[in-house]
Design a protein around this ligand. Structure first.
Ligand SMILES: [Zn+2]
Length: 309
């Protein structure tokens, strides 16, 4: 079984900023058309994992998963999936869906990237003691550190706006276009009602493997946020940023999670650990030829010879 992993779809030029995170709607549509034209059977993830164990899965089966819950997923990926009649699983990290602010660290890096500024005057932002950053990366890092020490999302959004004003970025436009932000709970409910399986991705996009209490709390908060939205039981999970360890697997076992997906590439065969499912991370950086090589099993063959892809 092949499991494909997607993230957001670009609303503007985000695919140039982070091609691993934002794909153009056209590339996504091309992928779906390719899957359909080549006759790969697309199956829902939960059903696929069950049938994999029963040896009851059609040959070359593909499951489609999307991470995070970006607004671009609602705007572009969901209609495309619906048009093709493909089942899919959307793992939502619910914090930014609830808050409806920009995803701070990504939005900040985006405006800094777009403005091509070399330094940010921190005194203008009300932080005179930090000094000025020597590169845009330093600037974004320093601002993220400040943001992480802040109490809430409204305060962080204020810092985002101030930063935009300092570097002549148009935060009003970014906010009204809903760039670098998540879909609303109502939008998530709409796509769930139309067949997209909404599942767990933690509340704050972290799943610490050194604190079972904190990791469990992430699942509790994520479940309570998605409970009224999802149409199926919330017992499928995707590790945030693909980070996991033997401890994380143990935590999920104790939380009765049925499946968990990683970002380790590869096919899944009968006997695969259901809490360590492999996925192919598709993105704007993956060429059509590479996508074909993955789906056809050519890359898997290469991996089996010991090469890393
Ligand atoms: Zn994620």
């Amino acid at each position: 079984m092949r499991i494909l992993c997607y993230h957001g779809c670009a609303l503007d030029d985000e695919f140039l900023f982070r091609p691993g995170l934002f794909m153009t709607p056209k590339t996504f549509e091309n992928r779906l058309s390719f899957i359909k034209d080549q006759g790969y059977p697309v199956v829902g993830l939960g059903e696929a994992v069950e049938n994999l164990e029963n040896h009851n899965l059609p040959s070359n089966a593909v499951a489609i998963t999307i991470d995070d819950g970006w607004y671009g997923t609602f705007k572009h990926q969901y209609p495309a999936l619906r048009q093709h009649g493909f089942p899919s699983t959307l793992y939502i990290a619910s914090y930014y869906m609830e808050k409806q602010t920009q995803v701070f660290n990504v939005a900040l890096a985006y405006v800094v990237w777009k403005s091509r500024v070399q330094a940010i005057d921190f005194s203008a932002l009300g932080f005179p003691n930090i000094g000025s950053a020597t590169s845009t990366d330093d600037a974004a890092d320093s601002l993220c550190k400040i943001a992480n020490s802040m109490e809430g999302s409204a305060e962080r959004q204020e810092l985002f706006r101030k930063t935009c004003e300092t570097i002549d970025a148009d935060w009003k436009q970014i906010e009204s276009d809903r760039l670098i932000s998540f879909m609303t709970a109502a939008e998530a409910a709409e796509i769930a009602a139309n067949g997209v399986d909404i599942q767990l991705h933690t509340h704050r996009h972290v799943f610490p493997d050194d604190s079972e209490q904190m990791a469990s709390q992430e699942i509790i908060d994520n479940r309570s946020s998605l409970n009224d939205i999802a149409r199926t039981r919330l017992d499928h999970f995707c590790y945030p940023s693909g980070v996991y360890s033997a401890n994380s697997v143990k935590f999920l076992e104790r939380l009765d999670m049925k499946t968990a997906t990683t970002t380790t590439p590869g096919f899944n065969r009968p006997g695969a650990h259901p809490l360590e499912l492999k996925r192919f991370l598709d993105s704007e950086s993956v060429s059509e030829l590479e996508f074909e090589a993955e789906l056809s099993g050519f890359f898997e063959l290469i991996r089996r010879t010991g090469y890393k892809i």
